[in-house]
Design a protein around this ligand. Structure first.
Ligand code: NI
Length: 181
């Protein structure tokens, strides 16, 4: 149970493609998952990918019942997702502000698929398969991008919609709202 250091943008490990977990061994994964939940909670994040703490494996966690920073954010079930795969359901995308614990203090406007199906495994090797939309879909797309070495700034289409949280809110460009860091 340790709060680990979160790598920041500029660290080349965040640009690597992470390796699948095979076999999925709950006992072997427990220390990593405990550290990931502790680290995410300490940072008040909505999700975390293993490479963000320097573990180059295809493991993400996300979800919360309530988030003190975002009291109006819809709840997302607390989920461990190993070797995830995402299939967009339809072509529709929507723009939303995103942040990332590896890009502290900033937000950018990122288009994501509105609706997706995702599949993966929990720490017991049980299949998880869900069809989700909106913020839940956004969080999963953001976290899974980390497994392919992609940080959200690479997804921003208009770099004028990228800036520091305090300035964006002071200037009224962005209302404080859910993000998926
Ligand atoms: Ni992130």
């Amino acid at each position: 149970m340790t709060v680990r250091t979160i790598l920041k943008m500029g660290d080349p490990r965040l640009l690597e493609v992470s390796l699948p977990v095979d076999p999925i061994d709950g006992n072997a994964l427990a220390p990593l998952l405990n550290d990931m939940w502790d680290t995410m909670a300490a940072a008040n994040g909505a999700g975390l990918a293993a490479p963000q703490i320097g573990v180059m494996r295809r493991v993400v966690i996300f979800g919360y019942q309530t988030n003190s920073r975002y009291p109006d954010a819809p709840a997302v079930p607390e989920t461990v997702l190993i070797n995830p795969q995402i299939t967009p359901l339809g072509d529709a995308r929507e723009d939303g502000w995103e942040g990332c614990l590896s890009v502290p203090g900033m937000r950018g406007m990122v288009p994501r698929y509105r609706e997706i199906r995702y599949r993966g495994y929990d720490q017991h090797g049980e299949l998880i398969e869900r069809e989700v939309s909106g913020f839940h879909a956004r969080v999963v797309q953001h976290e899974c991008d980390h497994l392919d070495g992609i940080l959200y700034p690479q997804r921003i289409e208009d770099m004028r919609s990228f800036g520091f949280i305090d300035t964006l809110t002071e200037q009224g460009v962005m209302e404080l709202q859910p993000c998926d860091d």
